[in-house]
Ligand binder design. Structure first.
Ligand SMILES: *Cc1c(COP(=O)(O)O)cnc(C)c1O
Length: 426
């Protein structure tokens, strides 16, 4: 019996996370078994250039020998004790220094980081309401599953069954990149808004880049109203540059959420911020938060290895930016040459190719009309040519240090061929 048949029999949709089901590209999922460098191999032995990179963590590519050798010694030293360890202190010192924060709590996923940061903001302010933005995804906790991007966008389920109306009654959704909208909500909910949570560069409705002024105004507005500003940097953190993206906007948030990249591929998340806020967490404060596997030595050691490597190799960020710049130029040229309608959206190494007719890409309003039918065809054709890009339109392309200039040249050549085929069949 084929793997997909076995999978759907024992796992809903055959997967452990919905986007992997390939539903939004109208296919059955491909199953993978091995990865090395910039490549992933499926169970039939087909090789693909990987433009997903596990959605971010594999920023150095897969299976680096130097990291694997070290990981073997970590395994032998003990995987998890559920007791305090020195490596947690080292990780905390490193992360707070890198992100210009005072204190951090390690968790096991991005979802846990955002969920806990919001509880902390509510506990700290004594307020209940929270503001999020349309198209931003912050993991799958109940209060945040409202108009929340990627998986939920593609499945046309802006909210989820099983989330009681009572739980989301305090979640206010504003339009991305629209400061007036936020101002209005904060004013009409005076002294009730605990926090604003935002993806400083949106990655979960495809890449959407806000105006710098919007983020700066958001900082000013939240500060004036005693509202905690939470940057969800589960994608941007340590990917658009070393540490937090906040320096690009010349501001500081109050709390930061990290994930994906900081675990070196292991399930790790973190939230960090000012001492005045963070000290309200249990056991020093009254906001409860805990985790059996949180800060476990294996994940901390592997995560810290990658973070230290990135600190010592700042040139990787320049390389990734250059790769993305190259893709942007190539996509634009290919769209023009083939006549396929589309638009490229990019910030540093975060990049998306949207199909459809757009004059600007600044909010969910703009991207929601993307031509997902063309994306389906595009995905399949690229897969047939040995490239795995995100199996959904509303996602970013992820690049790694293991990709090469030549590989991207070839990718862009194939991209042009595919776009021409798409144009010919219209
Ligand atoms: C992936 C993601 C999350 C959720 O992280 P998980 O580890 O999948 O729970 C939260 N916020 C953003 C911005 C993300 O991209």
């Amino acid at each position: 019996m084929n793997l997909y048949k076995r999978a759907i029999d024992v796992m809903p949709g055959g997967v452990n996370s919905p986007v992997r089901a390939f539903g939004s590209v109208g296919m059955e999922p491909v199953f993978f078994k091995y990865a090395k460098g910039p490549y992933v191999y499926d169970v039939d032995g087909n090789k693909y250039v990987d433009f997903i990179c596990s959605w971010g963590p594999m920023i150095l590519g897969h299976g680096r020998e130097d990291f694997i050798e070290k990981a073997k010694t970590y395994l032998a030293e003990g995987i998890t004790f559920g007791l305090p360890t020195e490596i947690e202190v080292e990780m905390a010192e490193f992360l707070t220094k890198a992100t210009n924060t005072d204190m951090v709590r390690m968790v096991n996923s991005g979802t846990e980081a955002t969920m806990s940061a919001i509880r902390l903001a509510r506990g700290y302010t004594g307020r209940n309401k929270i503001i999020k933005f349309e198209g931003c995804y912050h993991g799958h906790s109940d209060a945040l599953l409202v108009k929340s991007g990627s998986g939920t966008l593609t499945y046309q389920a802006p909210t989820s069954l099983g989330v009681p109306a009572d739980v989301i009654k305090d979640t206010i959704v504003c339009q991305y990149n629209n400061i007036e909208d936020v101002k209005k909500q904060i004013e009409s909910n005076k002294d009730q808004v605990a926090c604003v949570i935002i993806e400083p560069i949106a990655g979960n409705m495809g890449v959407v880049v806000p105006d710098k002024k919007f983020i700066q105004d958001l900082r000013k507005l939240t500060e004036e109203n005693g509202v905690v500003l939470i940057f969800d940097e589960v994608i941007t953190g340590f990917r658009t540059g070393f540490g937090s993206i906040s320096k690009d906007f010349e501001i500081e948030a109050d709390l930061y959420c990290f994930g994906k990249i900081i675990g070196g591929g292991l399930p790790v998340g973190a939230f960090a911020g000012k001492r005045e806020i963070m000290k309200n967490l249990s056991p020093t404060g009254g906001v409860y938060q805990a985790g059996t596997l949180s800060g476990n030595p294996l994940a901390m050691k592997m995560g810290l290895d990658i973070l230290k490597y990135l600190k010592d190799h700042g040139e990787i960020y320049e390389e990734l930016d250059h790769f993305a710049e190259k893709l942007e130029a190539g996509f634009n040229k290919n769209l023009k040459e083939s006549g396929v309608k589309g638009k490229v959206s990019r910030y540093k190494s975060m990049i998306s190719l949207f199909f459809g007719d757009f004059d600007k890409i600044k909010s969910y309003e703009d991207v929601k009309h993307a031509d997902t039918e063309t994306y389906k065809v595009y995905f399949k054709k690229m897969l047939d040519r040995g490239y795995i890009v995100a199996p959904a339109q509303f996602e970013a392309i992820f690049l790694s240090d293991a990709h090469t200039e030549e590989m991207l040249d070839k990718f862009l050549e194939d991209n042009l061929e595919v776009l021409k085929e798409i144009a010919a069949n219209k």
